[in-house]
Design a protein around this ligand. Structure first.
Ligand code: HMG
Ligand code: MG
Length: 304
C-alpha cells in the first residue's frame, strides 16, 4: 500500500498567531499527543524575532523539551535567517525550514527583505544548515496567490524552487499561504515542478480558507506528491498574510488518505484527543471539516 508522510505544523503555524499566551509545557503536551496519535514529524516552533512573533519566544525551550521527551520524533523548526539558524542549532534542532515567499511584497511584510535578498538569505541559511549537518526544508510561500500582488506566475515558483533545491534544500514545500489554490492550479504547479526536480523532494502546505484544502491535497496526490503539511484541528495562519485562515486539518487529510487506501500511520482518535487538548488551550471549538462527524463516530463506539 502507498504511504504518505505528514508533518503536523500546528505547534508552529497553529500557535504562532493566537491571541492567548500558551505555556511551553502545554505546547510540549500538544506535541506529545500528536506523537501518541502516530504523527512522526512536526514543525515544533520558529526561531524568529520575538518582537515580530511573541508566541514563539520560547523556541529553545520547546526544542529542548521535545528532544528530551520524544527523541525519535522528527522535528523541524522554522528559521528566517542565519541568526535564526544559529539559535536553532544551539538549541539542538536537527532540521530547519527557511521561508521564501514568491513575491516582493510578501517577503517585505513577512521577513523585512525584498525577493532578491530573501532568496540569497534563504540560500545561505540552507547551505550553512547543511554544513552543520542539519536536515533542510525550504518553503516557497504564496506559491499560488499573494494577498498583496495577486496571482503568482508559475515560472517564478519553479525558479525559486530550483534555487532552493540547488542551495541544498532536501525538501521543497510549496505553500498556499492564503488558501487560494484550486485543484487545477495545484495539478499545473506540480506537473511543472516535477519536470525540474524529483517529486519525492516536493511537499505541499495547504491552508483551508475556502474549504478546498482536501480537494487540493487530492490534486497534489494525483500529481505524485507524497509529503504533506497539515495542522491538527485546522489551526494556522501567517500573521503577516491578510486573509490566511487555518491550515488543512490533519484529521481531514488522514481521513481522506486512509479512505483512499493510503497509509498514514496516524490514528484519528489520537488526533481528536490532540484537537480537544488544543481546544482547552485556546478556549474555542477547533477541528477540520470532518471533526464533528469523527467525534460522533468515536462517541458511538465508546457508548457501544
Ligand atoms: P528585522 O527587524 O529586519 O531584523 O527582522 P534585523 O536583522 O534588522 O534585526 C533586528 C533585530 O532582530 C536585531 O536585534 C536582531 O538581532 C534580531 P536587536 O539588535 O534589535 O536587539 N533578529 C532576530 N532575533 C531572533 N531571531 C531571529 C532574528 N533575526 C534578527 N531569527 C526578521 C527580520 C526575519 C527577524 C523578522 O522579520 C521576523 O522574525 N519575522 C518573522 C516572520 C514569521 O515568523 N512569519 C510567520 C512564519 S511564515 C508562515 O507562516 C508561512 C508558512 O506557514 C508557509 C505558508 O503558509 O505559506 C511557513
Ligand atoms: Mg502556513
Amino acid at each position: 500500500m502507498d504511504t504518505i508522510a505528514i508533518t503536523d505544523v500546528a505547534p508552529r503555524d497553529g500557535l504562532q498567531n493566537q491571541a492567548v499566551a500558551i505555556r511551553t509545557a502545554d505546547k510540549l503536551e500538544l506535541i506529545r499527543r500528536l506523537a501518541a496519535a502516530g504523527v512522526r514529524s512536526v514543525e515544533a516552533t520558529s526561531f524568529v524575532s520575538p518582537k515580530a512573533v511573541p508566541q514563539m519566544a520560547d523556541a529553545a525551550e520547546v526544542v529542548a523539551g521535545v528532544n528530551a521527551a520524544l527523541p525519535a520524533l522528527r522535528m523541524s523548526t522554522l528559521v528566517p535567517n542565519l541568526k535564526g539558524l544559529e539559535r536553532a542549532h544551539a538549541a539542538g534542532s536537527r532540521e530547519i525550514a527557511v521561508v521564501l515567499s514568491a513575491t516582493e511584497t510578501m517577503n517585505q511584510r513577512n521577513i523585512n527583505m525584498g525577493l532578491d535578498q530573501a532568496t540569497t538569505v534563504s540560500e545561505e541559511t540552507v547551505a550553512q544548515a547543511r554544513r552543520l549537518g542539519l536536515r533542510t526544508r525550504a518553503y516557497v510561500a504564496v506559491a499560488f496567490t499573494c494577498p498583496f500582488e495577486g496571482e503568482v506566475p508559475l515560472a517564478t515558483v519553479v525558479r525559486l524552487a530550483r534555487r532552493m533545491r540547488d542551495a541544498g534544500a532536501e525538501e521543497i514545500v510549496i505553500a498556499d499561504t492564503i488558501g487560494a489554490a484550486s485543484p487545477a492550479a495545484v495539478k499545473a504547479r506540480f506537473a511543472a515542478l516535477r519536470e525540474e526536480m524529483d517529486i519525492a523532494a516536493l511537499a505541499v502546505h495547504l491552508h483551508d480558507t475556502r474549504g478546498l484544502g482536501a480537494a487540493n491535497a487530492w490534486a497534489a496526490l494525483e500529481a505524485g506528491v507524497r509529503r504533506f503539511d497539515a495542522s491538527v484541528g485546522g489551526i494556522g495562519g501567517c500573521p503577516f498574510a491578510p486573509g490566511a485562515a487555518g491550515n488543512l486539518a490533519t484529521e481531514d487529510l488522514v481521513l481522506m488518505a486512509e479512505g483512499s487506501g493510503l497509509r498514514t500511520g496516524i490514528s484519528l482518535d489520537g488526533l481528536l484527543d490532540a484537537v480537544e487538548f488544543a481546544e482547552s488551550l485556546l478556549g474555542r471549538p477547533l477541528g477540520g471539516r470532518s471533526s464533528a462527524w469523527l467525534r460522533r463516530q468515536r462517541d458511538k463506539r465508546v457508548a457501544a
